[in-house]
Design a protein around this ligand. Sequence first.
Ligand code: SF4
Length: 432
Amino acid sequence: MNDGPRHGVPAVIHQPDMTRKVAILAESARYDVSCSSSGSRAVRPGAVQGAPAHSGICHSWSADGRCISLLKILYTNVCEYNCAYCINRSDNDLPRATFTVGQLVDLTLNFYRRNYIEGLFLSSAVCRNPDWTMERMVLVVEQLRRVHGFGGYIHLKVIPGSAPELLERAGLAADRLSVNIELPSEASLRSLAPQKTREGVLLPMLRISERIGNIADNRRSFPVRTMKGPLFAPAGQSTQLIVGASPEPDRQILRLAEALYGRFGLKRVYYSGYIPVSQDSRLPALNAPPLLREHRLYQADWLVRFYGFQSAELFDDQHEWLDDQIDPKAAWALRHPDLFPVEANRASLEKLLRIPGIGVRSARRIIAARRFGPLHPEDLKKLGVVMKRARFFVTASGKFWNSTTWDPVRAERVLRGLEKSGTPRMRQLPLW
Ligand code: SF4
């Protein structure tokens, strides 16, 4: 296969040197946040380099919370598409570069041997067409696995619209696959990414989830462990949603994420606050990415995945956006004063998990500890409860911690920072 430049694609013809390519394509990959390597415990048979399970899937996280242990890079940033929110859109004037398959394989191995990385996160713009790009990405991953015995973690981005055979090969070689859904509605896709369709994104997601399910069933049916068939995307699939480039409220975004978890068994939905990268009248005029909104969505997403909440519970017609002053669980609790306070010595795990300041671990500790005798307010702190928030909502042996009554108005004032934490309301009154 001819992997080199093609006549008629000038950005590919004038290729920068390797160092410059790495700089360009790593910089262009910076805007994709869906690169967590968590979740894989698989050890690939025959792997002679890289051992994700044995090393505990080494992560490191940058100051802004993003995974940096993988070589996160694009195959190319030459794009035929013109998505309004994207730095790599075809209209943008920026340095362009494209690897060859061999270059990217060598780069990954060199970085791995030097201990710079534990694996690879490979994405790409759409150069020429989805199949051309996807085939080269798949070849990189296949060569790493089959020619070089690379067993490190690989997260491969799927190019929507590429052939199902390429998706199949991708799933057999990579640990995690992801298809970026990008925008929360068909209307926004039409407006901001007219070359993409909702169906084009959802179809590969469906295929991946079906293949993961089929392979898991087949492997379960093998009587002997060593006879088990191949793995398909053993670390599952994820997606990325851009937040703030289009007008959909948080309610719609979280409902979509919940549907994606339920329908396709996604491991993660990554929310990426829109980074203003180009002037376009279709986009909101933001000075900075909406990081607080992104953070609140992650908190709400966590409640849906691990705390038994349904996204519909976190919103109503008056509250379509998550509260920017208080976290989603506290906001929900304050809208349901009739459900509080909860008595820690009697509440079920489900009820404990709904108390602000109580996490999964502390809820389980409460249930374990109360078998040995009744808990008192001071015990909750020792069990890991964040009393700064929980103290308004929970009693132990009928008593609050540092308070006497259930006072949702004061709770809200303190949680919103309108009243000093830990100070009884009486002391706030003027002395004259
Ligand atoms: S296809 Fe991907 S890389 Fe190309 S403009 Fe759209 S979002 Fe950017």
